[in-house]
Write a protein that binds this ligand. Sequence first.
Ligand code: SF4
Ligand code: SF4
Length: 454
Amino acid sequence: MNPVTLFSLIATNPLSKRAIKKLLEKDGETTRLDKLLRAYAYGEDVDGEFKILRRLIDAGLKAFGGREDELKEKLRDAYWRRGFASVLRGIADFGIRKPFVPGAPFLVVWDLTYACNLRCKHCYSTAGKPWKDELSTEEALKAVDVLADAGVTALAFSGGEPLIRKDFFEIASYAAKRGMFVAVATNGTMITRDVAEKMKECGVGFVQISLDGKKETHEQFRGIRGIYDRVVEGIINARDAGLITCISTTATKVNYQDIPAVMDLAEELGVEWFMLYNFIPTGRGSFEIDLTPEEKEELLRELWRRLKATGINFMSTAPYYARIAIQEESEVIPTHFYNPKLEGRLRRLADFIGGCGCGRFYIAMKANGDIEPCVFFPLKLANIRDFSNGSDFLRFWRENDVLEKLRDKDRIEVCGKCRYRYVCGGCRARAYAYFKDYLAPDPGCVVAARLRGD
Ligand code: SF4
Ligand code: SF4
């Protein structure tokens, strides 16, 4: 029998599902599962309860060609164990699907406020002043509890400018204390040395700073003269404080020519990540500045060349980036959220990891608690204030009808017929922006254009 089918059978039989659910129950501050995985990772004795889990792990390693010593090493990291628990909950709740649906989002991007000190031309959230109904400190801390109890692995604070909120450090350190990996997306202008140190101390692990081109282009984009130098200083301060630092650039007609220069700067400054954002015409971002599919393709090929040639994670939120990797027959399959080096049979995992992660690996939350599939996707699904605990949130995650549709790549128009649908599936937010239909094709992909016969 094919090892993936065998794994599927073992993982989804009622006995395994029952055992997983039992292990996911709370045991003091953590779960029984976390304790067992930790003991397994450090080679300690694990009792009888571990038997079913062991069978599952062995079958999974065989199916996907992974190595036990590597898995053990990864599971020594608490965030990996949290993510692993979410995978197991996903198996119990959704079975083994292509692409895979975890039992809780791996990532929640939370626009903490819409207050901002800049007025960027392409801002997805039309930020400037804070909204009147933004979550109070108390409500924000409660939201952290709900998400932590649901088993969310990582929380990324965005905005507006999240550092403007006076209670930013209180909320961020509480999220870190509750066991979630904490990231921040910022315009970088407020990251002095002290702020960078404070971020590090309060448990922030990853900082993404936007830079949209050379000095003139960036300042034209951001609407304020003299801002460029402050952003570069912010990047250096974050890097020097030991935060994993990422430069992000949104690709549009306005800055297209400048993007290779920003990639050069990322290499010069030695940051760990460069993220090329796929432009989505929403908020203040107008349709006129969207690139053609061919221009996007050219940029992604350049990004790919750099990913292969440097130690920097040159990544993109464009889901077709994974398609390019497969076309190049690479063992690296970069996706929006992860850059796995998939050797041998592990490549089979690519179909399960999938491309667009909205409503599947990730979900977005607005400053007033509204929950949407993605930050670029203005479709309210719920509000965090409606949930009194993690179980309420998980019920929503399991049962929401829109989420269910977004997870099914076969039903997407045009993309559903594409051989890359499980690793890509097109950007659902772009389809929604263009056609008000999230199951329409993504108009930014050269393959979609070919399949449509354009
Ligand atoms: S046609 Fe759709 S699924 Fe295929 S590569 Fe393009 S965007 Fe991705
Ligand atoms: S809809 Fe999907 S591909 Fe598009 S930005 Fe959101 S997560 Fe990324």
